[in-house]
Design a protein around this ligand. Sequence first.
Ligand SMILES: Cc1cc2nc3c(=O)[nH]c(=O)nc-3n(C[C@H](O)[C@H](O)[C@H](O)COP(=O)(O)O)c2cc1C
Ligand code: SF4
Length: 398
Amino acid sequence: MPVLFEKTKINKMELKNRLIRSATHEAMADDDGFPTDRLFNLYERLAKGGVALIITGYTYVSRDGKFKSMLGIDRDEHISKYRELVNRVHENGCKIAIQLNHCGRQTTKEMTGTKPIAPSAVKDNSLFVMPRPMTEADIQRIIDAFVKAAVRAKESGFDAIQLHGAHGFLINQFLCPHTNLRKDKWGGSLENRMRFVTQIYNRVRKTLGEDYPILIKISAYDFMKKGLKPEEGLQMAESLSQMGFDGIEVSCGIGEDGGSTLRGDIPFDVIVDEWDMYKNKNFLFRYMIKKFGKKLLKPIPFEQGYNRESAKNIKNKVNAPIFVVGGMIEPAYMEEIIQNKEADYISLSRALVADPDFPEKIRQGSRKPSRCIHCNLCLFYLSTRSVRCYHGKRMKQS
Ligand SMILES: Cc1cc2nc3c(=O)[nH]c(=O)nc-3n(C[C@H](O)[C@H](O)[C@H](O)COP(=O)(O)O)c2cc1C
Ligand code: SF4
């Protein structure tokens, strides 16, 4: 697989191969967002398993954008702990980027201690959250929080930052017309919807300098009726590249659109039994969701490389290096994408949850696909447990 193991450079960050650990929320942080020993061990394991770059699980920049057991970087006290984490990864021959995020409406009051905020008051029908629309002061405060978090990330020694602009979180909520109904300069045209991410980027770039790698993950489209369409996703990627982002990771979907982000099974029994917002509903509602959830929501079947086409279309138009994520399971398939220049990097999440040694096995010549079967239990157990492969291990109700 020589092409997957070519050395490359993103801005000043040198990478030993083209296999990336895509951001994966581990639920291994304490209540103040500090990484626990379990996270140190997991990253050491991943680094030893051969990926070139670990992108951390999403990390909140402000406490009103947090989720349960989520990493945080909203205070200077975090810096020394992250320095240790970065060192642990570097000692094992791997690079590490931190994914900066604010959940916006994709969290709950119980987790943030305050009513979740979003560009507009559009209810999230998966978490049953009606957010408070952000004021101008909120917007400036959160932009500021992203910039301060980015400064802390650089001080901690992270090799790069990645802004989370995908999957229905705050930056994506501004970009997506389903969640952004604003009539002011932050909503309406694509240019206006991009203003939030543009201002974050411009200020971070000015502060961190031209040679610090700034990456972004985007949803190139979603499945909401009034959501982001692929043509706009393409235009957005072109603008992000022109702006100066050093890499664009191409994903799709938002939390509410039927699991398009991951594809595969949606374990409704786990959701109803484990998620607080479902546990608190009455018996009949819970029964109906367990029994008919799949008929109502219609999970999108898994297919290998389901973002390949979007990534290829974007790659054809932009200069920034492209990371493709989503259902990459066969080494030969990944190699073909790189050889055809459809993307520059292959990002993996579940394949590495199932087997952190997957990259090293490929390097040693394995042609075997990942052993992940897309049951998605690793994601849906996250509301109460830490990340690991739960395949074949239904847990006792928590
Ligand atoms: C357990 C779990 C946690 C995830 N957490 C994040 C996250 O923190 N940030 C993010 O951008 N994507 C997150 N994702 C999405 C993945 O990064 C990736 O985009 C998606 O799973 C598709 O890639 P895959 O087929 O290789 O798993 C998560 C996925 C899983 C399974
Ligand atoms: S629990 Fe294991 S098999 Fe299921 S999606 Fe996650 S990694 Fe794959």
